[in-house]
Design a binder for this molecule. Structure first.
Ligand SMILES: [Zn+2]
Length: 228
């Protein structure tokens, strides 16, 4: 896509922010140290404002690349920026319940809308529940092993979820989706929120460029959806 094509495409589009705010103590994986965002340099003391960050690469709205679960998988700098954007299909899965596995039964009704090469956005509604509450922190719905295989079989290339992880909150439920999807070369966006307009559109052009942290298996992103 040339820059003229991008300008033309975005000229008609409405842009929506799918990112969650990153702040001290914000929700994140329960085993990780909490994020710290501190205003350590201030106009009053040093003459300008600057903030200190102390956080895991997988806290807040972020992207997993294969190296996160695959020892010889691609790391952030080994994935071209062109791969971090493209056509996305948005699936409204807001009927799912806490701790529910998302498998072929839940996904099959959407099969006709999914095209090869898509980024698949699984909207569970958890993005609206984001808090330190147990339902958000531990009981999110997750992609099962056979759900991951179903997505791989559709020849899509990435997934995005509005929960803390594509897998569940336990090792038994958490590993399978990561091993299968990242093992198949997918990247995965976690801890997004999906605005109602984007759900209603059902399709968008998604932009999710991670910070360039060489060697890392994940990094924070600002996620933007362009809807025609
Ligand atoms: Zn992650």
């Amino acid at each position: 896509m040339t820059s003229a094509m991008v300008t033309q495409a975005l000229g008609r589009a409405r842009l929506f922010d799918l990112s969650q705010p990153l702040f001290s103590g914000c929700p994140g994986w329960y085993g990780y140290p909490p994020a710290v965002v501190e205003a350590t340099w201030t106009i009053k003391e040093q003459g300008f404002n600057a903030e200190h960050l102390d956080l895991m690469t997988h806290t807040g709205t972020h992207l997993d690349v294969p190296y996160h679960f695959v020892a010889d998988g691609r790391r952030i700098e080994q994935v071209g920026v062109e791969e971090f954007q493209g056509q996305a299909v948005v699936l409204d899965l807001r009927f799912v319940q806490p701790n529910q596995a998302i498998g072929p039964d839940e996904l099959q009704p959407f099969a006709g809308r999914i095209e090869a090469g898509d980024i698949v956005v699984l909207c569970t509604g958890w993005g609206e529940k984001r808090s330190l509450d147990d339902v958000f922190m531990r009981q999110w719905p997750y992609i099962s092993a056979d759900g991951a295989q179903w997505l791989i079989d559709r020849q899509v290339r990435a997934v995005a979820v509005d929960t803390l992880s594509i897998g569940g909150s336990t090792p038994e439920t958490g590993r399978p989706a990561h091993v299968a999807l990242l093992g198949a070369g997918f990247w995965a966006l976690e801890d997004i929120r999906v605005p109602e307009e984007v759900i209603a559109a059902g399709r968008c052009h998604l932009f999710s460029f991670p910070l360039l942290i060489p060697g890392a298996g994940g990094a924070q992103v600002r996620v933007v959806a362009a809807v025609e």
